[in-house]
Design a protein. Structure first.
Ligand code: SAM
Ligand code: MG
Length: 214
């Protein structure tokens, strides 16, 4: 089969990371992306901000929008308390196939449900099909024009509990202006920007953390 960037990234994991050791998987991917091929993972620098938000919240039920190769999935899943679940959505089947292997290599597959399909179709099915009551934590990192419509869907479907945290990547680069305007001006959220850099570069980018007030 044709070599693609995700497949080369997976090979780097299989060659350089220890099975069952999520940190070694994370390091192998960061090393591959810094020294061989850039890829759109949240990366190590923003990843440490993601880690602190997850650790502080200790979420029981989490949603990730945009799995790609499973880098941020592994980052989040390794920090979850026993019994917690992370649902991650990816509509590209080739990326999902790689992500499943990366997630298993890291040994966090028991905490993760990777669902293939478009977020706009899957979010309305979270309660009935996936048995979710509400999410404590949502990581938004899919296509940037979907951040706002999918946030509105999560609200309409009653999927955000009071105190739920939305963490949005790439709010500066490539940028999510409609989402930022909405989340910063809505009285239903308390929102704060964490300045950082686009993964594996020195270009400014950051994460927006927004607490749903109910
Ligand atoms: N979160 C990943 C990480 O940090 O390792 C990176 C995710 S990448 C930036 C965005 C991914 O979202 C791509 O793999 C793309 O195929 C997927 N995607 C984009 N729009 C989507 C949608 N509406 N539903 C499901 N997946 C989507
Ligand atoms: Mg991103």
């Amino acid at each position: 089969t044709r070599s693609t960037r995700p497949k080369r990234l997976l090979r780097a994991v299989q060659k350089n990371a220890t099975r069952g050791d999520p940190l070694s998987v994370i390091s192998a991917i960061d090393h591959f992306c810094r020294h061989s091929e850039w890829a759109m993972n949240v990366g190590d620098e923003k990843g440490s901000i993601l880690d602190s938000v997850v650790s502080e919240l200790n979420p029981n039920t989490s949603l990730e929008l945009g799995t790609y190769c499973g880098y941020s999935t592994v980052r989040i899943a390794r920090l979850l308390p026993p019994g917690a679940r992370l649902i991650t959505l990816e509509f590209n089947p080739d990326y999902a196939a790689v992500a499943r292997q990366v997630i298993s290599w890291a040994g966090v597959q028991d905490k993760v449900e990777l669902v293939e399909g478009p977020s706009g179709d899957l979010i309305p099915q979270m309660k009935e099909r996936f048995g979710v009551e509400t999410f404590d934590f949502v990581f938004l990192d899919h296509w940037k024009d979907r951040y706002l419509p999918d946030t509105n869907l999560l609200e309409e479907c009653g999927l955000l509990r009071k105190g739920a945290v939305l963490l949005a990547d790439n709010v500066i680069c490539p940028g999510t202006p409609e989402y930022l305007a909405y989340i910063r001006n809505s009285p239903r959220y308390e929102s704060r920007y964490f300045q950082s850099h686009l993964e594996y570069t020195k270009v400014e980018d950051g994460l927006e953390k927004s607490v749903f007030l109910g």
